[in-house]
Design a protein around this ligand. Sequence first.
Ligand code: BG6
Length: 497
Amino acid sequence: NKTANQMLVIFGASGDLTARKLVPAIFNLYKGKHLPEKFVVLGASRSNLSNEEFRKKVVHESKYLKERVKEGQEDFIKAFSDKLFYEDLGKDYDTDYTNIAKRIKDLNEKYGTEDNFIFYFSTPPNLYEVIAKNLSDQGLNDETKGWKRLIVEKPFGYSLETAQGLNKGLQKYFNESQIYRIDHYLGKETVQNLLVTRFSNSIFEPLWNRNYIHHVEITNAESVGVEKRGGYYDKSGALRDMFQNHLLQIVSFIVMEPPIDASAEAIRNEKVKALKSLRIMIEEETLAKNTIRGQYIASDANGKHVKGYREEDDVHPQSMTETYAAIKFYVDNWRWKDVPFYVRTAKRMPTKVTEVVIHFESPHHQIFKDSDMNNKDNKLIIRIQPDEGIMIKFGVKVPGQGFKVERANLDFYYSSLSETNVMEAYERLLLDAMQGDATLYARADEVEAAWSFVDPILNYWENSPDVRTYGYSAGVWGPKNGDDLIEGSMGWRNPGE
Ligand code: BG6
């Protein structure tokens, strides 16, 4: 794909994300020769920085870039950092954008970026509409000459209502086709590979339905706690931080029907349909049975003391915010009727792992009586991270007399494709937006459908006096009640155990 000459304008450029993710991603694109010949970045925010100070902060003295740069590459680095500029917005984002508009115009003329601009909103969501309006007042949404795109960061809203408000606010000034809502999980190779596994093979899709799938399980575990983000996290919680966005995106790839082709609109049409078919839980009784929240408490594991969530900086000492969420739900459509989905996400788990497990039905009639294969169903395990790959578990005969059945693995690991350079999520997503490909960005109706499912759970958790937040020691697989969510002897698959 050809990438047109263009300028990337980052609002919130002095923030952490720019140094940690965006500039390293742009740098990698530069190194991989994916940037167009004429390309500049203009950082904007409320800090008073010169171009040089900005370059120092995000390139020369950035701890996030050093890892990627080798000695003796000073000229190369300088050529890269010369593409970066900075504009001080003043004390407020809702200000007169005449200066920044003029700066954009000057850079555009000087560097030949052909009026193609991406505006990256790396700011709190309450500023999205304000920035969009001010850009529009300066005519910077006008596509008569060159295209204009917005990339907006998460969290996209705090609830259905606020997400709808954000969509309306942005759509007042930009068309939906100009708006790219980022979800970095969509930039992960293995998440995209869910589509390829399903729709480029003939061996999975015929089984991909209620006739052959017993249940679906998704685990997203992190070993870290909330780190320095207590202030943000305490108002958010695992359901908003991970489930509404990243995990429901994964769910939509598992649930969706085959799209008519691989275009952004065809894929996203099917994802919306999938998200709209999640059965919304309304009754308290249903919510009580199918949703569990937990919070990590202090623990001494492996000789190391780990703080409890409530002792973290900027967290309310009596906070009920969940750092663990486990949800069981159903999908009301032809393909998935009565197949339970179990999804959990948590911090301070024993390890960092994200995986999808498709559990197939046991054979309808088991002739190998002394085999315990019935309890060891066939599984397809899609490892999103780390050790990205796919594994199929199936029964084989144990050598010797009789028919004893054991389970064997058939696996593929991405690391075996050693010659392939796997792009990092932000790198891939930025390049897509630069090329105008919105396939891996969330559309307005997708985001709203996801919130429609999550809202009643949040309301229940936040407003019902009966809901408990169960404690779990840092370093275990969540509270006991979370284990009970999966009925019978099946239980969660705890990777590595
Ligand atoms: C972010 C969340 O969106 O995703 C973080 O805000 C979380 O709380 C992170 O740690 C996880 O991303 P990844 O790519 O490390 O799984």
